[in-house]
Write a protein that binds this ligand. Structure first.
Ligand code: HEM
Length: 405
């Protein structure tokens, strides 16, 4: 199914302001995987495009649960915009690569995609060295169960990111802390704005200090559209977005993927026997429990999704986690199946013009964590009380307790 402009004006009228945060979809538990999977399967079967009366006036907010509908909404940038993100996060984020004019966006995306890509040997070496060093640092904790949240997941993406941004390696904790505070805008707006201001200052400082270097900041400082440099505020906002998106999502992804591999001992053995399978295991884990379960768009005009017309101005919540478990797309979708790689792609990174800019980097980071850990600690296993993934928007285990030997 695809989206299409509504031929008839019978849908609900344009909605007013809505409040869907904190997001807790009625009838969809954020906790145990089996109950959540059953609830989402019910939504896909019975209400694939569902009005969310709990979040605002009738017709203001809708959730899309099926794969084809989710992919069609994300692919249709003209009808479904990121206006909703601008409304919600504009005050803290500013105009970044998410919302600048299309030509500037394309120029920014091109530069970012190149500089974040693990095909660049310098990027691949950076990831490998950060992961190897972090895994080695676990040794002193090897005698008891150890929580991989503070020692690994919180550190790897942040350490990689600050180095890519050309910042001193030891700034990883400060940058990750500020990015996390900025991302908490909906629950603590003042704290978020303060944190974003501090990050902006730091990035603007880097921007002014750029020389002939080869890092992301230097490359962004040189981006031109029609012979003109981009506004500094747009470049700085894009760096802020990078700090936010590069740490807040990759951190849960490391946890979810390691949990998925260790909770399926056959998968862990297969990767131990053939480390090249680590990437396929990560792809399947990202399908199985998408770390970002939901993203959102605004309908720019009344548009048909499946059999339903959503009105102009509606907020559309795109349920990536549900789409990735859609039985119309993936056979036996609740099963973690390493052999699934090569099957049609999952939506954990979105799709279309706003597809995640760090997706290759993130897969490489997480796969390196899986591979290097399994290699260094041949008896690595989950502790019995290690909790499973949870959460309605960002979804991952809150702790990852393992025995290293
Ligand atoms: C496994 C970890 C990650 C996951 C699951 C993830 C997920 C996503 C998703 C779902 C979107 C698109 C949302 C939409 O279309 O509405 C997105 C966008 C984005 N991500 Fe990621 N991401 C991850 C890691 C990263 C990393 C490591 C970086 C950067 C270093 C990054 C940077 C971005 C940026 C800049 C965007 C906005 C792209 C645009 O709109 O043009 N992400 N990510």
């Amino acid at each position: 199914m695809t989206t299409g402009e509504a031929a008839v004006a019978t849908g609900p009228t344009a909605p007013g302001p809505v409040d869907w945060f904190p997001l807790q979809l009625p009838g969809v538990p954020a906790g145990p995987a089996a109950a959540r999977a059953a609830a989402l399967a019910g939504k896909r079967a019975r209400t694939p495009v569902e009005p969310m009366a709990a979040f605002g006036e009738d017709g203001a907010v809708w959730t899309v649960y099926r794969y084809d509908d989710a992919a069609a909404v994300l692919a249709d940038d003209a009808r479904f915009s990121l206006g909703v993100v601008e409304e919600r996060y504009g005050a803290v984020l500013g105009r970044s690569v998410l919302t600048v004019a299309p030509r500037a966006r394309r120029a920014l995306r091109r530069v970012l995609a190149t500089h974040l890509h693990p095909d660049d040997p310098a990027v691949a070496e950076l990831v490998e060295s950060v992961v190897t060093e972090r895994v080695a640092a676990l040794a002193p904790a090897a005698d008891g169960p150890v929580d991989l949240v503070p020692l690994l997941a919180a550190q790897v993406p942040a350490r990689v990111l600050v180095r890519l941004l050309g910042l001193p390696g030891e700034e990883w904790a400060a940058v990750a802390g500020l990015a996390s505070a900025a991302a908490g805008f909906l629950s603590d707006p003042r704290g978020a704005i303060r944190a974003a201001r501090a990050l902006r200052r730091s990035f603007a400082g880097r921007l002014h200090a750029t020389g002939p270097g080869d890092d992301v900041v230097t490359a962004l400082a040189r981006v031109e559209v029609d012979g003109e440099r981009l506004a500094e505020a747009e470049v700085v906002a894009s760096l802020l977005l990078l700090a936010w998106a590069g740490t807040e999502t990759a951190h849960p992804a490391v946890l979810t993927c390691l949990y998925a591999v260790l909770a399926h001992p056959g998968v862990a053995s297969a990767v131990r026997a053939d480390p090249a399978l680590a990437l396929a295991a990560v792809d399947e884990a990202l399908r199985w429990e998408a770390p970002v379960q939901v993203t959102s768009r605004r309908a720019e005009r009344a548009t048909r999704i499946g059999d339903t017309v959503v009105p102009a101005g509606a907020t559309v919540l795109v349920h990536l986690g549900s789409a990735n478990r859609d039985e119309r797309r993936f056979a036996d979708p609740d099963r973690f199946d390493l052999a699934r790689s090569g099957s049609p792609g999952h939506l954990a990174f979105g799709t279309g013009v706003h597809r995640c800019l760090g997706w290759q980097l993130a897969r490489t980071e997480v796969a390196a964590c899986v591979r290097v850990l399994l290699d260094r600690w041949p008896d690595l296993r989950l502790a019995e009380d290690s909790p499973p993934p949870e959460g309605a928007v960002l979804r991952s285990p809150r702790r990852l307790l393992v025995h290293l030997r």
